[in-house]
Design a protein around this ligand. Structure first.
Ligand code: ADP
Ligand code: MG
Length: 270
């Protein structure tokens, strides 16, 4: 047997990083506080390219904050975030982050919100072309062609000239998804995309999300639709008070959770 000669331990490689990585998202030691309230207490989480991850947990456990940190709608105070090869380290509130890095990261990540967050003064088509034209500088002609293709994809092309307020919640959310797709993101974040919908409208939105999952898009989904999460996810993370309390395949987490808190949570929601 060969002896270690210099006494130095060979460290196991951490999660792979950089452009060669098979990971689309990697979060480590992520911390976020609001004033003195610590909401994320050192989150470690990784998602492979083309995978679907569901994040579950009680209200207030930090699910939205985690998603919002991933596209820098919130600024974490500590930890590391790596998305599509863009790596950002956080060191307290004092040090600023390179704004070019922020805009590169935001370009690779798109979010679908619980309350749709469509612009009411723009038509459906206007909502979908707004960011590609005004932020990404894509020609209106090209953006319109792509927008129509995505509206087709979510079954909303016929409503391109309508205003959001004339649409049902399910239709508005499908436009929200088309808008997210229109920026060609590498990662799609969904924050309870069906929670604001009447029950009879949930299915049409889940069907669109399921289709995207089958296309192999990288998605991170905060949801209370447990059966759906079990169906479409490659992994499920259960958050409890700002920490990943349990993570694993849907079978592991839903059928055989190790954590008692996860068992309790599931017994209430399933
Ligand atoms: P979840 O999405 O799991 O319900 P959130 O991430 O929304 O949880 O919230 C986690 C905790 O952080 C809650 O206690 C919430 O009140 C608090 N919180 C969220 N956003 C803010 C904010 N902007 N300012 C202060 N506290 C916040
Ligand atoms: Mg939330």
């Amino acid at each position: 047997m060969q002896q270690e000669t210099n006494g130095q331990q060979v460290r196991p490689t951490d999660l792979p990083s950089g452009a060669d990585s098979d990971l689309a998202v990697s979060v480590s030691g992520l911390e976020k506080s609001y004033d003195r309230l610590k909401v994320l207490k050192g989150i470690d989480f990784a998602a492979g390219r083309g995978s679907v991850s569901s994040i579950i947990g009680a209200s207030g456990s930090g699910k939205s904050t985690l998603l919002r940190c991933m596209n820098l709608l919130e600024r974490p105070q500590a930890g590391k975030l790596e998305i599509a090869g863009e790596e950002i380290r956080f060191h307290g509130a004092g040090r600023s982050i390179d704004p070019r890095q922020v805009s590169r990261l935001r370009r690779r990540v798109a979010m679908v919100f619980q309350q749709f967050a469509l612009w009411p003064h723009l038509t459906v088509l206007g909502n979908v072309v707004e960011v590609p034209v005004h932020v990404q500088g894509i020609s209106r002609k090209e953006a319109t062609e792509k927008a129509m293709a995505y509206l087709e994809r979510v079954g909303m092309a016929a409503k391109a000239d309508e205003y959001p307020n004339f649409l049902s919640g399910g239709q508005q959310q499908r436009v929200g998804i088309a808008r997210a797709l229109a920026t060609d993101p590498e990662v799609l974040l969904f924050d309870e995309p069906t929670s604001a919908l009447d029950p009879e409208l949930v299915g049409e939105v889940l069907a669109v999300i399921r289709g995207l999952a089958e296309e192999g898009r990288t998605m991170i989904l905060v949801t209370h639709e447990m059966r759906f999460a079990r169906d479409v996810s490659s992994q499920v993370a259960f958050l409890h008070q700002g920490q990943v309390e349990e993570i694993g395949t849907p079978e592991q987490v839903f059928e055989n959770p190790r954590s008692e808190r996860c068992q309790q949570f599931l017994s209430h929601v399933m």
